[in-house]
Ligand binder design. Structure first.
Ligand SMILES: C[S@@+](CC[C@H](N)C(=O)[O-])C[C@H]1O[C@@H](n2cnc3c(N)ncnc32)[C@H](O)[C@@H]1O
Length: 182
C-alpha cells in the first residue's frame, strides 16, 4: 500500500501542467521525436502499483525525460533504477529531482541513445518505454532478448507478442509484456 502523502509529494515534484518542451530555446528547436511529453504522474503511480514492485527490482526507463518513472519506483518501492536519454537538459532535471526526493543513491541517469544500450548487461526486471513507434520497432529485439518485463505507455511494441493492456482511464493505455527470465 503506497502512502497518500508520498504520492502527493510526487505530484508536487512532477506537476502535469509543466510543458518542458516550451521552457527554453534549446528545447524549442529540438526535433519532434525528442520532445519531452511526460507521462502524467498519476498514470506513473498507477502503472507502478500494478507491477507490484519490491526493493529487489531493478528498473530502466529508455527515453527517461525528467526521470519520473525511475524516481517514482525508487521513492515509492525502493527500487534501483537507471534512466537513459539523449537530452542532457532533461537528464539534469532528473538528477535534480532525484536529489530533492533523496533517491539519488538508488538512481542513475545516463546520456545515451537508447539504440546503443545493452540491456542484457544491465539485467533489469522492468523496462519502461514511452517512445515513438518507429524507435520501438528498432529496439524491439533488444527488449525481447533482455527477458525483462516491458511496459510501454501509449504505443504497442512490435515483436513482443500479445500484451496485457492496462486501461488507465477512458483513453489512456499501457501495454505490459511480461518478462521471461525474472
Ligand atoms: C515522450 S518522452 C517520455 C519521457 C518519460 N519516459 C516519461 O514517460 O515521462 C520521450 C523521451 O525520450 C527521449 N528520446 C527520444 N528518442 C531517444 C533516443 N533515440 N535515445 C534516447 N532518448 C530518446 C526524448 O528526449 C524524451 O525525453
Amino acid at each position: 500500500m503506497i502512502g497518500k502523502r508520498k504520492v502527493e509529494r510526487l505530484l508536487d515534484e512532477f506537476p502535469n501542467e509543466v510543458e518542458y518542451h516550451r521552457s527554453d530555446d534549446h528545447v524549442v528547436t529540438c526535433p519532434t521525436e525528442l520532445y519531452l511529453v511526460p507521462t502524467p504522474i498519476e498514470i506513473v503511480v498507477e502503472i507502478l502499483r500494478k507491477l507490484e514492485l519490491t526493493p529487489k527490482n531493478r528498473v530502466v526507463d529508455l527515453g527517461c525525460g525528467d526521470g519520473r518513472f525511475v524516481i517514482s519506483a525508487a521513492y515509492l518501492y525502493g527500487c534501483e533504477g537507471m534512466g537513459v536519454d539523449v537530452r542532457e537538459d532533461v537528464l539534469e532535471l532528473a538528477r535534480a529531482k532525484s536529489e530533492t526526493l533523496r533517491v539519488d543513491d538508488k538512481t542513475i541517469f545516463i546520456h545515451s541513445d537508447v539504440r546503443d544500450i545493452d540491456l542484457r548487461e544491465l539485467n533489469p526486471d522492468v523496462v519502461f518505454v514511452y517512445l515513438m513507434p518507429s524507435l520501438l520497432e528498432e529496439i524491439s529485439e533488444e527488449l525481447v532478448s533482455c527477458g525483462a518485463t516491458v511496459v510501454s505507455y501509449t504505443f504497442e511494441v512490435p515483436g513482443l507478442g500479445v500484451p496485457e493492456v492496462l486501461r488507465l482511464d477512458d483513453l489512456r493505455r499501457a501495454y505490459v509484456y511480461r518478462g521471461v527470465s525474472h
